[in-house]
Design a binder for this molecule. Sequence first.
Ligand code: NAG
Ligand code: NAG
Length: 135
Amino acid sequence: MSLFANIIFSFSLAYTDNLTATGKLDKAAIYGSDGSAMWASSNNFKLEPSEIQELVGGFANASNLWASGLHIQGQKYFCIRADDRSIYGKHEAEGVLCVKTKQAILIAHYPGGIQPGEAAKIVEQLADYLIGQGY
Ligand SMILES: *[C@@H]1O[C@H](CO)[C@@H](O)[C@H](O)[C@H]1NC(C)=O
Ligand SMILES: *[C@@H]1O[C@H](CO)[C@@H](O)[C@H](O)[C@H]1NC(C)=O
């Protein structure tokens, strides 16, 4: 890993850890906006290349997500929101929240028992913060 990548990684790791530290999100990751590089991950949250590319494509055109759902770590989630900033998926009581910033995609998972709206607010706030910082 280059020094630059290392700095980005350490910096981003603080943010995925921030998300999981809230107790509302149990897993989180940050990818570069084209999905080719994972910048940080908490609790071994890692998507298959096809899964992250499904999201990258979904931010541009959500019609496949509405039709076929999204897939995270092998689990299919129904698409409940998809626009050029936010893609939310739900499977029974758990869900995933994916938010695109200027240079990154935040992906976080909440377990059953958490209010989806509360979890979404946390991820959207971090996305706003990163956008404000130029990321
Ligand atoms: C992340 O957590 C640190 C403390 O560990 C805190 O100082 C910081 O404000 C948090 N950042 C965000 C964006 O919540
Ligand atoms: C989005 O993708 C669908 C299915 O692949 C396609 O039919 C549609 O034309 C696309 N929409 C745009 C705006 O590109």
